[in-house]
Design a binder for this molecule. Sequence first.
Ligand SMILES: C[S@@+](CC[C@H](N)C(=O)[O-])C[C@H]1O[C@@H](n2cnc3c(N)ncnc32)[C@H](O)[C@@H]1O
Length: 368
Amino acid sequence: LNRLQRLIAEVIDDTGPLDFAAYMDLALYHPEFGYYAAGKARSDWSGDFVTSPQMDPAFGGLCARAFERVWEACGAPDSFAVVEIGPGEGGFARSVVDAAARSAFGEALQVVLVERIPALEERQRALLDGAPVTWVSSIEAVMPVAAGCLFANEVLDNTPVHLLRKTNGVITELYVIHENGDLRLESGSPSPAIAHEAQALITEVPDGTTFELGVDADRLLETAAGKIDRGVALLFDYGDTSEALRDRQEGTVVCYSARGVDDRPLEDPGTKDITAHVDWTRVSRVFSGIGWQVSEPTPQHSMLRSLGAAGVIDALREAHDRAVERGDGAAALQALSRRGAVSALLDPGGLGGLTVLVATRGVGALSF
Ligand SMILES: C[S@@+](CC[C@H](N)C(=O)[O-])C[C@H]1O[C@@H](n2cnc3c(N)ncnc32)[C@H](O)[C@@H]1O
């Protein structure tokens, strides 16, 4: 057992089996050994995977166009907040601020970063020195926003989930137990927090299926949405509708690490990312339940194209050609590699295949 496993084993010995959400929370966010909380770079080129904002600033630049439209729909107020949950290395905020610079929208823009991990906040502060950005350590601490946007990229799939299984017509919850010096999963009755919901799913879930319930994400989003009076939420993530997720017999828990992709979340916690697909039907219900209008989830590539991604690629092609003409090899190479990065953001088999959920409140019918 590694150090975090030993620590988790001790918690289980003291307090009993852990539901998977509690386990995932420790594996990712234990202050000292958790995969994210340990403070190493995870989501950029020096980490285990590259997210869209870290792939190329065009991602943030295109989203800034959406934010600007929302700002206009709100009547171009003097102050407009973009609240980002889980900003990682801070690349998104940097590119939004840069894209909005020297515009009336940029004058109004205030970015609020919700960051729980001090080491990440420190790196974000260095990257965003002098930018109109403030930090809070929890969504609860965000001040009410009269007009603004909520944004999160690849955060909801890192939000702890309960793990359940339907076998022979009965739904059980999977708990992490400590036995013979090892951690493993064992079925038990669903915990009180989800028992009612689990029972209600009995007819929806096919027999022999493992599935997740993301109740923590409900709470996070309900609190976040409650902070914004008028505006839009843009949530980018790996996810699908409830119906489609029920067809995945083994569930969607997947781990990413320096060693690659695997489906063994109990092995070597703290050294790997643990993710579960977002249930967009569930997220939509959270937003509509508190008076937001929710659109059908859209693929990232469609959303970025409708915000003008093709124009970005054209501009990079022209920049490349101009650099070649004047014999500036470094600039030509940079434009070429950025074109590749923007194409990766649009690749339906890669980052372009993530889904975007758009929810609006008080801004009429906005489509992107
Ligand atoms: C896969 S990384 C994505 C980082 C960044 N959004 C990006 O796209 O590069 C997920 C991040 O979400 C953060 N996170 C997860 N749940 C959070 C919460 N409830 N509040 C704030 N941050 C959270 C994690 O700490 C981690 O830094």
